[in-house]
Each structure stands twice: as structure tokens, then as C-alpha cells.
Design a protein around this ligand. Structure first.
Ligand code: GLU
Length: 277
């Protein structure tokens, strides 16, 4: 089976060295094996994503010397695909509408509530028990869609993490995860797993900040019968003070580096040697 990797940034800002490292990792793995490297723009959140960043991402990757196979998949152009998955999960009774605000959730969380991988308390299940009648009455109110973890969870799921081997998936740690938000009719978790399956991605390389999410992704794959890629989460680049590179590190954007006269080859060499901004 030929290898397919991808780089899937969200166009919420300019690419920095951390993104470049991630993109190069995926690109090298594909090219070294004669496989395919895909580019996907994860732009489902209209409040944070901007078209000019989508253009800039492609320019910056090309400057860095990366080429990708086939057309770029732009998630916002495929919202119907994600809606169809949600329809199926709804028909199977695995998701439910949640009308809670953040304040409602805070109010209902008990002090000793378990916390999810993001450090926030798990959703207390306020809307899980609403009757069909309650739901019908409130259908026009803004609502999120949550996975009913007690119904959806599947025992014994595993995934392969390069360098670690077989990992037991523990999706329950997410509680009733949000699969569609009030302001965005889908979620990162749903779109990323759907698209990796649709695009035939066989090896997911991404930062280790997304490693925990893989446990939930594995459950979505099992529920939807999607193929399961191998995962290789890489370390995150940090700045000179040891903090993870983020948007505030303007000096580390590929644009700023290019403007300062550094060549793409030098950037690639530095990333290869593990040197940062
Ligand atoms: N779009 C996600 C991000 O920019 C990455 C998705 C992934 O690689 O799974 O953080």
C-alpha cells in the first residue's frame, strides 16, 4: 500500500517555523516513500479563518519548496459532507442537541467533576436527558451537537502510534464531546477524521498537542467504519525561552524570515538540525 500523508493547517494566521516543521515532516515521509502528500485547509471556523491566510499558506509552502498532490481540499466548501455524517449519527441516536451556554455549563459542573484532555471539566450532561418534546420545542434555538459517549463508546479500540506501538484508545476521557458548535455546524474532530478517511490518508503526522484528540478520532472512525491511519505525533518547536511557537512569535513566521533575507534552504536546514528562530 502506498503512503499518503497530509498537512492540514487552519488559515488563522501566517505559517511559522512550527508549521514548516510539521509540513516538512509529512512531505518528506511521502516523498521518501514515493507516496502522496496532500494539503488541506481546515477553515470551518469563519470567525478565525481568513482567505488571505489560505493564499499565504500556499505561497509560503511553495517558497519552502514543498509541492502537494492533487487539488487542495478546502473544508468550508464541503460542509454538506460533515452534515451528512451528523445526520447519520443523529439517526442512530448517538448525538444530541445541547443548548447550554458556557455559563450554564460552569453552573452545573460539580466541584469534583472529572476533567477532559484540554483541562476543562467534562460536560455535566445537562441536555442529554431532554425529551424529544423538549428538543422539538427548542429546535430553533442555537445549539451544539454532542456525542452521547455512554451510547457511542466502544470497548477495545486501539491505534498505532509510531515509536510507541499499539495504543489503547480511551475516548471516554472526552465525555460528551462537541461534534458541531453553535456557531460552526461541525467540529475539528469530525472534519479531520472524515477527511483523512475520504482522502485515503495512511499516515497522520502532526504535533503532539493533538495526540490526545486521536483517542476521540479513533472512536469516530469505528462508528463510521472509516479506515484507520497510522499516527506519528512529533514534538512541538519552542522559542528560545522554551515556549511553544505561536502566533505571537512574529519573527518566526516564514514571511518574516523570507523578508530578513534567509533562504528556503537555510530554513529547511535549520529545521533539520533542530534549530529554531
Ligand atoms: N487543523 C489543525 C491545526 O491547524 C491540524 C489538524 C491535524 O493535523 O490533525 O491545528
Amino acid at each position: 500500500m502506498s503512503i499518503v500523508t497530509r498537512f492540514a493547517p487552519s488559515p488563522t494566521g501566517y505559517l511559522h517555523l512550527g508549521h514548516a516543521f510539521s509540513a516538512l515532516t509529512a512531505w518528506r515521509r511521502a516523498r521518501a516513500a514515493g507516496g502522496r502528500f496532500l494539503l488541506r485547509l481546515e477553515d470551518i471556523d469563519p470567525t478565525r479563518c481568513r482567505p488571505e491566510f489560505a493564499v499565504a499558506i500556499q505561497e509560503d509552502l511553495a517558497w519552502l519548496g514543498l509541492d502537494w498532490d492533487g487539488p487542495v481540499r478546502v473544508q468550508s466548501e464541503h460542509m454538506d459532507d460533515y452534515a451528512a455524517v451528523l445526520d447519520e449519527l443523529r439517526a442512530r441516536g448517538l448525538i444530541y442537541p445541547c443548548f447550554c451556554s458556557r455559563a450554564d455549563i460552569r453552573r452545573h459542573v460539580i466541584a469534583a467533576a472529572p476533567h477532559g484532555p484540554d483541562g476543562a471539566p467534562l460536560y455535566p450532561g445537562t441536555c442529554r436527558g431532554l425529551t424529544d418534546r423538549d428538543r422539538a420545542v427548542r429546535a430553533d434555538e442555537p445549539h451544539a451537537l454532542r456525542l452521547d459517549m455512554a451510547r457511542a463508546s466502544i470497548e477495545g479500540l486501539t491505534f498505532e502510534e509510531e515509536g510507541e506501538g499499539t495504543v489503547a484508545a480511551d475516548p471516554a476521557r472526552f465525555g460528551d464531546a462537541v461534534l458541531a458548535r453553535k456557531d460552526t455546524p461541525s467540529s475539528y474532530h469530525l472534519c479531520v477524521t472524515h477527511d483523512d478517511a475520504l482522502q485515503g490518508v495512511t499516515l497522520v503526522t502532526r504535533g503532539e498537542d493533538l495526540k490526545a484528540a486521536t483517542h476521540l478520532h479513533r472512536l469516530l472512525q469505528a462508528l463510521m467504519g472509516w479506515a484507520v491511519p497510522v499516527y506519528a505525533h512529533h514534538h512541538l518547536l519552542t522559542d528560545t525561552s522554551g515556549r511553544r511557537l505561536a502566533k505571537r512569535n512574529n519573527a518566526a513566521t516564514l514571511r518574516a524570515l523570507r523578508a530578513s533575507g534567509i533562504t528556503a534552504n537555510e530554513v529547511r536546514d535549520r529545521l533539520h538540525r533542530g534549530e529554531m528562530a
